[in-house]
Design a protein around this ligand. Sequence first.
Ligand code: HSE
Length: 308
Amino acid sequence: MKVSVKVPATTANLGPGFDCLGLALPIYNEITVEETVMPGSGIEINIIEDSETFDILSIPKNEDNIVYKAIELLYNFVGQSVSDIKITIKTNIPVTRGLGSSASVIVGGLMAANELLGKPADDAVLLSIAAEVEGHPDNVTPAMFGGFCLSSLEDDGSVFYSKIPWPENWKLTVLIPDYELDTRIARSVLPENISISDAAFNIRKCAMLTDAVYRKDSEAMKRCLKDKIHQPYRENLIKGFKELNELLTNKENILGCVISGAGPSILVISENNGFEKVENEVKQVFDDLNVICDIRTLSIENNGSKVI
Ligand code: HSE
């Protein structure tokens, strides 16, 4: 028996909501898990590149694979151990680009393995294992449930989350560059401590941001996509981010521009086709920096992961 799950890409943080806010995007990976018929065949991990997803060769194909690790935790949760298993990952989400490719394969592997086991774990257990393997909950939550999610990884390992409807006319443009940035590197540049004033800045922006989404208030949203606790430390790693922020400030129908997750992709939020009017200027910024950039304007993905 084998089970396949389709899981969306995600963009996390949205500026001030570091390790908390995330939303799902309509780009999908497909993860298939099967118990192999030949006992003793061990772990087999296959990666099929569905389109240009870049560095798939760096994905481990042994026990170090994050999908395998997540499945192993699920088997342990139900008192079993993984023996012979085949995992096939059909990738369409660009890897190491800040678009939740790792969250998607973790969630897909867990959901597929849970089906194979006869669904012993509920969503809360799957989400908590996914957040444990990923290290933060802001990608795995929308990857599972779709939409715009607020999530908090609690001290006991559970994930407390909420989903708020995203305004339909707010479009998401992802600017996906042709270079990688490993999340571990993007996290290593963050300071261990931040000042109380920077923390207070982010708390108020994040609170106001969720309210702006809830009330579908574009003017309020424009004031909220700001951050002082991760973007200032990461911006030197993200080519074009400073230039784009300058370019897009006060442009009509552009709500803001933030680093997508840990980068290097950049997310621009706009309304009423606002991005189309600035697209050529945005392309010029990347041309000037000699960065090839794939630009995709998307609607939010509201359904989340699906067993197919
Ligand atoms: N919140 C995480 C970070 C997202 O910014 O490091 C990584 O995708």
